[in-house]
Design a protein around this ligand. Structure first.
Ligand code: NAD
Length: 501
């Protein structure tokens, strides 16, 4: 954890030099089109940089380079120990440049510098190093077929993996995809979100420095409808791994069916429930977890606990604790290390979240806290942490808002809590607080969610899978299971009957 203060980070921000061109086939190159992505600093609304956007021809070039190097075998067939060394070096370089990368992320997407450094960058380094370590530790299988046959079941890399990622955790979510894909021997084309290309481009330079052969790791910033679509429709991309909204995820399914049936892995939206039962072992801890579960990263978190269900029996005791925890997370300058909630990604998103609050109020929800824009820094896109109470039918309890807005509701029985929690098109995360072990197991089993937390919220580690059910997508990032997404099973059946004497 850094001990720097606000003036240090401001000083560093003034001295930053930003890379703004795509990284294709081992070089920073000019895009073949004239598209531009304007990068804004959400903390001030000022323009940070103009990024050269990729068009379909650039994507074709990146995929071509990725394919050529894959077929050449300098990465895909290199000895495991060698591949591991390069990825470990990549992880070490990210760690060495963690402050610079954290600063770029904070400037481009508004998250607090403390989170950016001690969470996003720490997790990114750990992810790359963890998958590097798997490379020389996995074994293939021999099937129990009898003595006349030798049947091996092996895992082979797919070829070219495209990763299309969102802006809320630009580097960490990218690493969740490129690290296992590279570990398996694939080549990668990474398309960062429009708002957050700068950190991905800085990463590309470190990949090259680590020794990844040219073409193995390409970073192609661009508009979703241009560069993202070109990757989705490309006939030489073998797998497309996506994190973003459910609406865009559905598009990638269509792109796949209209092109080459590339496999598609989707981590999409969420509207995650957080349940506090009357037998909660620690109401203060639950209140703090409920507040952090929605206000961390300004609520721009796929697993944000945006629906809170509190047992009627403890509601009046719990609410003041929750309000206290919310007050401790006011919006602040993202470069101030004390800030726990920063600025929203864009002026449009800021207006959209405010509109949701208006809609909640017009549907009769009760405002318990916040509800307005905040102005810790002039020109930035800030909101107060907001808590509204209302019925399950309210739009605010149903739609993903992706902002610091918590909807709360009450329940009177365990089965009602489960029904409310599962009443969503999404199924990403879910939390519950109880002292009853049997209830913890029982409720966890019945919750339609890929991730369930008991007596905590949003905790995790690279060793456990991450992903959702229902319209939150399918396939899992993180853990050894993610390696399966970037590899194919090969059965080799050898008849041993010949050659015996
Ligand atoms: P988004 O769907 O708008 O964009 C995600 C990526 O898709 C970006 O790179 C974008 O350029 C690209 N894209 C957009 N339109 C496209 C199109 N027509 N064709 C091809 N590509 C296109 O999402 P966002 O606003 O960047 O991120 C917010 C969403 O991401 C939220 O819904 C959030 O829940 C979700 N998310 C999910 C997870 C998870 O693990 N489940 C994690 C983080 C964010």
């Amino acid at each position: 954890m850094s001990t720097h203060d606000l003036s240090h980070w401001r000083h560093q921000a003034d001295r930053l030099s930003l890379t703004t061109r795509p990284f294709i086939d081992g070089d920073f190159v000019d895009s073949q089109g004239d598209g531009i992505l304007t990068a804004y600093n959400p903390a001030t609304g000022a323009v940070l940089a103009e990024v050269n956007a990729c068009n379909a021809a650039d994507i074709d070039r990146a995929v071509g380079a990725a394919r050529r190097v894959f077929e050449g075998g300098s990465w895909s067939r290199c000895p495991p120990l060698q591949r591991k060394k390069v990825l470990l070096r990549f992880a070490a370089l990210i760690e060495e440049h963690a402050e610079e990368l954290a600063l770029i992320q904070t400037l481009e997407m508004g998250k607090p510098i403390t989170d950016s450094l001690s969470f996003d960058l720490a997790e990114t380094v750990r992810c790359v190093a963890w998958y590097a370590e798997t490379i020389d530790k996995r074994y293939d299988e021999i099937a129990p077929t009898g003595e006349d046959v030798h049947a091996t079941i092996s895992r082979e890399p797919l070829g070219v993996v495209a990763a299309v990622v969102p802006w809320n955790f630009p580097l960490m979510i990218a690493a969740w995809k490129f690290a296992p894909a590279l570990a398996m021997g694939n080549s990668v084309v990474l398309k960062p979100a429009e708002a957050s290309s700068l950190s991905g481009l800085r990463l590309a330079a470190l990949a090259e420095e680590a020794g990844l052969p040219a073409g193995v790791f390409n970073v192609t910033p661009g508009h979703g409808a241009v560069a993202g679509q070109a990757l989705g429709l490309h006939r030489d991309v073998d797998a497309l791994t996506f994190t973003g909204s459910t609406a865009t995820g559905k598009r990638f399914m269509r792109y796949s069916s209209e092109s080459n049936l590339k496999r598609v892995w989707l981590e999409c939206g969420g509207k995650s429930p957080h349940i506090v039962f009357a037998d909660c072992p620690d109401l203060d801890a639950a209140a703090q977890a409920a507040a952090a579960g929605i206000f961390t990263n300004q609520g721009e978190v796929c697993i944000a606990g945006s629906r809170l269900y509190v047992d009627e029996a403890i509601f009046d005791t719990f609410l003041p604790r929750l309000l206290e925890a919310a007050k401790a997370m006011p919006a602040g300058d993202p470069l101030d290390p004390a800030t726990r909630m920063g600025a929203l990604i864009s002026a449009e998103h800021h207006a959209k979240v405010l509109d949701y609050i208006e809609r909640g109020l017009s549907e009769g929800m009760t405002l318990h806290h916040g509800g307005r824009a905040a102005t810790p820094v002039d020109g930035g896109w800030y909101l107060e942490p907001t808590i509204l109470e209302g019925a399950q039918a309210a739009v605010l309890m149903r739609e993903e808002i992706f902002g610091p807005v918590l909807g709360i509701n009450r329940f009177t029985s365990e089965s009602e809590a489960i029904d409310l929690a599962n009443d969503s098109i999404y199924g990403l995360g879910a939390g519950l607080w109880t002292s009853d072990l049997a209830r913890a197991h029982r409720v966890s089993r019945r919750l339609s969610a890929g991730l369930v937390w008991v007596n905590c919220y949003a905790d995790g580690d690279i060793s456990v899978p991450f992903g959702g059910m229902k319209q939150s997508g399918f396939g899992r990032d993180k853990s050894l299971h993610a390696l399966d997404k970037y590899s194919d099973l090969k059965t080799t059946w050898m008849n041993l009957a010949y050659g015996s004497s």
